[in-house]
Design a protein around this ligand. Structure first.
Ligand code: FAD
Length: 472
């Protein structure tokens, strides 16, 4: 029999349960469908589209140019393709975005009713959401018990599967579209810096993991908070597109460092746990991307200030660590986690702008834009989420900068107009005496913005806003 292997967010050959099962059936025809039916606001953003193009290119090479690509409504296209290609079964790995779950359920049922074999697998999570529940059967809402009691006490994650020993491809008349016709690469070449930093695809993912294990894993707990260092794995876009599975990472780390207690390794594994928790939340609370998890925030007095939102997006707020982060995002498609929290807190608390505006901008600019992690993390930052930082704990971006970017390397890199300032003023140029500014070639309001808002007053404004909803 010929089996359709429907690739989605699992763009790899190793540890791919659906692909392995499909190859066990007989001949395979690998397909990818750029789904046009996802809600408008969750079509892949600009940065993700660039990544996807290169990831598909790399997968296609791995599959000896057999990958068929299409654009359109998968629910309509798949049955049509099965008929055209004479395939009797279709396998895929599960996705967890609400519209994908619903579509896949309908599709599976309808294919089976028409006599096809349709089967789905877990290819992207260590523990699937439906498998982890509290003793009373209800879902966890707090990370630590979810991870420690729920996940770590459940059956251990699947050991990674090897790539199929042999892939035999079915004959196809239908050649799909050329990858270029998906139009994933933008006309304006803003992506050149990204091409120099990232290597989308299964090989790039494996090499990131290797570098992390060799150079950074054993210092992770300390280094992970320093945006000026390469202290984290930078695996997130590879994970999002499934070029590597969390299982491969989990067991590669265990194989390298054994099972003994190590604070750095535990800390890294629990970050993978946060990814799982985000998927868990999205699965159990499908409105997570749009609605406050804590409904008390529904009455929050957000400000609608387009000029301030734009200044934040462009890295022109006058707060160096915030601006450096927003520029890192724009230039590289990535932002360090510590800085994501700082820029998020600044938007939501100092500027009092709705977290959904921040999430939207991230969605378009992040190479690792992921509905589960982005929504859960923004709600966490905003204080409206599950297990969120309490709203009244407002980051002071100056202190954050001084603590985590002490010598200002990160700020100097992304805000070169401030590079000559002494360490003492790098995180608050407005405090520098005029001669020092002059010597560093900084003219506030001209070469670098004056702060958009007063940090102290805006902090108080945020606290007042919070008080206004507290009783609700
Ligand atoms: P590492 O520190 O090496 O961690 C390893 C892996 O664990 C990551 O690749 C990621 O898959 C996972 N992980 C780490 N931290 C988190 C976390 N807090 N939540 C969920 N998973 C985590 N991550 C995304 O993958 N996509 C997003 O769209 C996204 N949006 C975010 C928005 C905000 C406002 C914040 C504060 C965080 C967001 N994160 C998101 C989480 C986190 O910032 C990134 O996963 C991390 O910075 C990726 O870098 P890394 O691969 O070097 O991480």
């Amino acid at each position: 029999p010929t089996c359709l292997m429907w690739f989605r967010q699992d763009l790899r050959v190793n540890d791919n349960p659906a692909l392995r099962a499909a190859c066990d059936e007989g001949k395979i025809i690998p397909v990818f469908i750029l789904d046009s039916t996802a809600p408008e606001q969750y079509q892949p953003g600009g940065a993700s589209r660039w990544w996807l193009h290169h990831s598909l290119q790399s997968l296609n090479e791995r599959l000896n140019n057999h990958l068929l690509v299409f654009k359109g409504d998968a629910e309509r296209l798949l049955p049509q393709l099965m008929n055209e290609l004479g395939a009797s079964c279709v396998f895929w790995n599960r996705c967890y975005e609400p519209w994908q779950i619903q579509r896949d359920q309908r599709l599976k049922q309808s294919l089976r009713e028409h006599g096809f074999k349709a089967q789905s697998f877990n290819g992207s999570l260590l523990w699937e959401p439906m498998a982890i529940n509290k003793a009373d059967g209800s879902p966890y809402k707090v990370f630590t018990p979810y991870y420690r009691k729920g996940c770590l006490n459940a059956a251990p994650p699947r050991y990674p599967l090897a790539a199929p020993a042999r892939i035999t491809y079915g004959q196809t008349e239908n050649s799909g579209s050329a990858l270029d016709s998906l139009g994933l690469i933008p006309a304006i070449r803003w992506y050149q810096t990204m091409g120099a930093i990232w290597n989308p695809g299964e090989e790039g993912a494996a090499s990131r993991l290797k570098t992390f294990i060799e150079d950074a894993a054993l210092n992770y707990k300390q280094a992970r908070d320093k945006p000026g260092l390469q202290g984290t794995s930078r695996l997130s876009p590879h994970l999002h597109f499934g070029e590597i599975s969390p299982n491969q990472i989990w067991y590669a780390i265990k194989d390298a460092f054994g099972d003994t207690d190590n604070q750095h390794i535990d800390c890294f594994m629990s970050e993978l746990g946060w990814r799982e928790f985000s998927y868990y939340l999205l699965y159990h609370f499908q409105e997570l991307p749009e609605c406050n998890f804590n409904r008390k925030f529904d009455g929050f007095p957000w400000r609608y200030d387009n000029a301030h939102l734009k200044a934040w997006q462009r890295g022109q707020t006058g707060v160096p660590i915030v601006d450096a982060g927003m520029r890192e995002l724009w230039q590289t498609g990535y932002m360090h986690n510590r800085v994501r929290m700082i820029v998020g807190s600044y938007l939501v608390k100092n500027l009092l702008i709705d977290w959904r505006q921040g999430a939207r901008w991230f969605w378009d600019c992040l190479l690792d834009a992921d509905l589960a992690s982005n929504s859960a993390s923004w709600q966490w930052v905003a204080g409206s989420g599950a297990d969120a930082a309490p709203y009244f704990r407002i980051f002071n971006p100056i202190l954050q900068g001084e603590k985590f970017d002490k010598q200002g390397e990160y700020v100097r890199h992304y805000c070169p107009e401030l590079a000559e300032l002494p360490d003492k003023y790098i995180h608050q140029p407005w405090q520098a005496p005029e001669p020092i500014l002059q010597q560093a070639g900084v003219e506030l309001g001209k070469t670098y913005p004056q702060p958009l808002v007063d940090l102290k007053a805006s902090r108080q404004r945020a606290l007042d806003a919070f008080v206004s909803i507290k009783g609700n």
